[in-house]
Design a protein around this ligand. Structure first.
Ligand SMILES: CN1c2c(nc(N)[nH]c2=O)NC[C@@H]1CNc1ccc(C(=O)N[C@@H](CCC(=O)N[C@@H](CCC(=O)N[C@@H](CCC(=O)O)C(=O)O)C(=O)O)C(=O)O)cc1
Ligand SMILES: N[C@@H](CCS)C(=O)O
Ligand SMILES: [Zn+2]
Length: 762
């Protein structure tokens, strides 16, 4: 009989390394500059570092198996033996087979990658079919438990739960139409049972099974599968205690199902779903379980209001066998440590990154166990910071608020599309099937190095700007040489399409080392939006006008839209997102205006995160889509009829947002389509989209260079759905992660395919 409690814990921890050690080790291994032993050594040091920090912080229960070389969903696929045949056939060793699934190899593309719920983290989509042989194939969770144990540290291995794993998977190529990966739940649970037995034999007391898929709408059959799976797992004779973690929102009916299952603990996200604090005490079945109250926000970087958290915890006392405290979700989504950051001291005092959040959880745990007096100093410090933030003048700007108040519906409306279309046709004079790109050209080592040199003071602003201008000129000449119709400046000056803008805007601050994993070795430093947003001066006009001065072809101005700026920032939590979105929209609107005044005739406002912020529950979709669309329109509607507004969306699951894409009212929409073989065009027709559209004709996420015949084929398919007058030709996203060699050839082929298709038009 196991008796241990959980006390205080976090549901997961960052793994890229406090100084992105894993990124560097991975990229060095992939480039052949280091070997497997060196990579494994870095990985081990990172694990040991995290376990030690967590142990020394005083947490009662430490999550294990939170390290991954690329992605935890991919790890799970490998653990349960779900490696598609095409990767097995490559004949690579286990690590390289794993990386082939993650990144592809010359002959074989990678697994599809998509967003992890409504976060900016991406997972690899497992492929499951009726013939997938589930078998326990990898013992990493057991090995890592032993590795920590050898250091005297007891961990609680974290696994993606079996339901969430299958609900995030897709059917493989052999599956009949009616097959769903969840049909295989019984077989998969068998493998989890084997793994749980091995973990128990290794001495594991608690295992955490993550089931965030139940924060989204689920069918009765899926809830039934949840009940049955945990009935089976809970009934095993040889197993550790089971803590099931549901996060990212309201668990709905799954809460009752889990509460009544024979599991030992339930972790609930009280940050995204504070109402659970009211429903939990009424749940039957919790009296013999541990409730981990997720009171510390695992996804945002604000200091926790500890008084409020303790009040919530107090209401939960007695509603479960044990009341433990934790983070709302894994800390994977926040940077490691705010302490070394050179942020304005007042703002810094409002923040908590992973290390600080661990301390908050420990403090809450102590307060619950020993009383508030035991942590009085910590509570005082937190209270002072919360009060300071709530009353800080710098978070409020009366000019911004007056401007938002004065907005009228017509500020977010342009003239009718036919009027704009005719005006733009006259001023732009583009050929049929105009060719363009999505904005970024490769971010070369030289460009990044120049930015690093500017940061460390070894070059000054003048030299930096000169280097960027040289890069812009190179990109313009290349596009002219290729024969593109609408050019871009290539975005060399941007560290990131959101961070760059935040560095110009009032109301934001940014970090030097606040990296968060986005996928694999790729990281972002989400800016911190702490106050009212405004744009004191132009952000892109100099670069765009410089590019335009080099060519007679139109150059597209390039901006990021309000929804994407919010989605990829740490956003203030003291006012509704819609209010913040309007402020950001007005800042972008000012930039659109200035670009137009400076002679830029086409402006693209990217909204790749439109789908990402869509709430997990359908009942909330309408409200979100309304404000998302309105903020885009507010950002773009001051444009003259002659100014062509483009937008760009690059994730393929458009279904739930397709009407919103129409409502954005952009003159031209570029959209991912190559992988779905242009099907999205029919979807757009079905919802009455009648404006310009640029379905991506090749996938920039792969190093593979498309042949012109393939592109011609796709263009022919596109012309079945869209008349030539409305069709644009472009890749499916920006080119920043590719090399010039790939980009040049791919674009050459795209232009050749366009020429061929144009020749057949008459
Ligand atoms: C389009 N996507 C984006 C998302 N989110 C964003 N915030 N931005 C996006 O573009 N989400 C969805 C998709 C896919 N996600 C990503 C995320 C990240 C990358 C990527 O390529 N990241 C780069 C880092 C980009 C950056 O901030 N660059 C800075 C700093 C560069 C750097 O590390 N410099 C070195 C020194 C320079 C040198 O010597 O080379 C250093 O500081 O140590 C910059 O350019 O200044 C990454 O490398 O991870 C892509 C898609
Ligand atoms: N303009 C951006 C959009 C990426 S989604 C780029 O080209 O990188
Ligand atoms: Zn894109």
């Amino acid at each position: 009989m196991l008796t241990s409690t959980i006390g205080s814990t976090v549901l997961g921890y960052p793994r890229i390394g406090p100084n992105r050690e894993l990124k560097r080790a991975l990229e060095s291994y992939w480039s052949g500059s280091s070997d497997e032993a060196e990579l494994r050594d870095v990985a081990r040091q990172l694990r040991v570092g995290s376990w030690t920090v967590l142990r020394d912080s005083g947490l009662d229960s430490i999550p294990g198996n939170t390290f991954s070389y690329y992605d935890q969903v991919l790890d799970t696929a490998v653990t349960v033996g779900a490696v598609p045949q095409r990767y097995r056939e490559l004949g690579l060793d286990s690590l390289d087979t794993y990386f082939a699934m993650a990144r592809g190899v010359e002959s074989t593309p990678p697994l599809e990658m998509t967003k992890w719920f409504d976060t900016n983290y991406h997972y690899l989509v497992p492929e499951i079919g009726p013939d997938t042989t589930f078998v326990l194939s990898d013992r990493t969770p057991v090995d890592q438990f032993r590795e920590a144990a050898a250091l005297g540290i007891t961990t609680r291995p974290v696994l993606v739960g079996p339901l969430t794993f299958l609900l995030l998977s897709k059917s493989d190529g052999n599956a009949p139409e009616a097959f769903r990966p969840l049909d295989r739940i019984d077989d998969l649970v068998g493998v989890y049972a084997d793994l749980l037995a091995e973990l128990r034999r290794a001495g594991v007391e608690w295992v955490q099974l993550d089931e965030p898929a139940f924060a989204a709408d689920r069918t009765p059959a899926e809830l039934e599968a949840l009940r049955e799976a945990y009935r089976r797992l809970g009934s095993l004779t040889e197993r550790p205690k089971l803590l099931v973690a549901g996060y990212f929102g309201d668990l709905g009916d799954a809460l009752g199902v889990l509460a009544s299952s024979p599991i030992d603990g339930l972790a609930v996200d009280l940050v995204t779903d504070p109402a659970a604090a009211i429903s939990l005490p009424t749940q039957t079945g919790m009296q013999d379980k541990t409730l981990v109250a997720g009171l510390v926000d695992g996804r945002n970087i604000w200091r926790t209001d500890l008084d409020k958290a303790l009040t919530t915890a107090t209401t939960l006392l007695g509603s479960a066998g044990e009341l433990a405290v934790g983070t709302s979700c894994s800390l994977l989504h926040v940077p490691y440590d705010v302490e070394p950051e050179d942020i304005d001291p007042q703002i810094k005092s409002w923040l908590a990154f992973a290390a600080q959040k661990v301390h908050e959880v420990v403090t809450l745990g102590k307060a619950l166990r020993k009383g508030r007096g035991a942590v009085a100093t910590d509570l005082d410090v937190a209270r002072a910071a919360i009060t300071d933030r709530a009353s800080a003048d710098r978070a409020r700007d009366s000019h911004v608020r007056v401007r938002v108040e004065a907005l009228r519906p017509e500020d977010a409306r342009r003239a009718d599309y036919p009027v704009r279309r005719d005006a733009q046709a006259t001023t732009l004079g583009l050929p049929p099937l105009p060719t363009t790109t999505i904005g970024s050209f490769p971010q070369t080592t030289d460009v990044r190095k120049a930015r690093a040199q500017l940061r460390n003071g070894s070059i000054d602003e003048t030299i930096y700007r000169q280097r960027m201008r040289e890069e812009i000129e190179r990109v313009i000449r290349l596009q002219e040489d290729l024969g593109l119709d609408v050019l871009v400046h290539g975005e060399p000056e941007r560290n990131d399409m959101v961070q760059y803008f935040s560095e110009y805007l009032e109301g934001f601050t940014s970090t030097h080392n606040g990296w968060v994993q986005s996928y694999g070795s790729r990281c972002v430093r989400p800016p911190i939006l702490f106050g009212d947003v405004s744009r004191p001066r132009p952000m892109t006009v100099d670069w765009a006008t410089y590019a335009q001065s080099l060519t007679s072809q139109p150059v597209k101005g390039m901006l990021t839209g309000p929804v994407t700026i919010l989605a990829w920032s740490f956003v203030r939590d003291d006012q509704p997102l819609v209010d913040t979105a309007k402020q950001v929209a007005l800042a972008i609107r000012d930039e659109v205006h200035d670009l137009e005044t400076a002679g830029i005739r086409i402006v693209q406002v990217d909204e790749p995160a439109l789908r990402e912020l869509l709430p997990l529950r359908a009942v909330q979709h309408k409200e979100y889509l309304n404000w998302a669309v309105e903020s885009f329109r507010l950002a773009t509607s001051s444009a003259a009829d002659t100014t062509q507004i483009h937008t760009h969306l690059c994730y393929s699951e458009f279904g739930d947002v397709i009407d919103a894409i129409v409502a954005l009212d952009a003159d031209v929409t570029s959209i991912e389509a190559a992988r779905s073989r242009m099907e999205v065009l029919d979807d757009l027709n079905d919802v009455g989209y009648t404006k310009g559209v640029g379905p991506g004709v090749y996938d920039i996420h792969s190093p593979r260079v498309p042949q012109s015949a393939e592109i011609t084929h796709l263009l022919q398919a596109a012309l079945q759905a869209v008349p030539a007058e409305r069709l644009w030709v472009n890749p499916d996203c920006g080119l920043k992660t590719r090399s010039y060699a790939e980009v040049e050839q791919a674009l050459r082929n795209m232009i050749a395919a366009t020429a061929q298709t144009r020749a057949r038009l008459n």
